[in-house]
Design a protein around this ligand. Sequence first.
Ligand code: GTP
Ligand code: MG
Length: 192
Amino acid sequence: MLRETKHLMTETDTRKLTESDAEVTFVGRSNSGKSTLINALCQKKNMARVSQVPGKTRTINVYEVKPYRWIVDLPGYGYAVGSKLGKAEFGPMIEEYLTTRNNLCMVFVILDAVAGPTNLDISMISWLVHNSSPFKIIVNKIDKVGPSKLDVRKKEIADELMVDTADIFWISSKKKIQIEPLQKLIATLLGV
Ligand SMILES: Nc1nc2c(ncn2[C@@H]2O[C@H](COP(=O)(O)OP(=O)(O)OP(=O)(O)O)[C@@H](O)[C@H]2O)c(=O)[nH]1
Ligand SMILES: [Mg+2]
């Protein structure tokens, strides 16, 4: 479905991005697993760069599923070294990207199952609601929560976010748990 995805461009300036027909993006805390998830979705080992060190993705990385149909990997927030936080707290590059892309059809907000929603995640979600941006919440790294504790953890996170557990994608990018429903949604959103 998303297997033919290729790296298209890397930019530090959102104004240099060309037009797409449809794009989806991933935002979240640094180290929440955005790049790992993009690789899992596209069945790649090393297309998007992953690291043990937070702050790996410092640029906007565009991956092309089909011509003009994009998956965009953004820098993580909450990793302030070398970057001044902007007024929306998650950095000017992210905010500019989110406000200028005409064909952005979904923002996936990735949370870490162990860390749960941080203040920055909550402010990102509030910002998206406020700006009427379509978004979905993904909780990644569920493999790090013991199977016996998973249901309780899901309820805790959903309650903190004031949503239903069924409204969240619960996944593990590393162990490839529940990747397929997300692949299908992205393929539909991008019309591929
Ligand atoms: N256990 C576990 N580890 C994961 C999972 N997804 C990602 N990781 C690990 O989390 C670390 C960070 O992953 P990245 O994909 O680089 O995270 P990122 O959100 O792109 O980080 P930045 O680029 O810094 O914003 C790496 O060591 C990954 O192997 C998961 O589902 N389970
Ligand atoms: Mg990354």
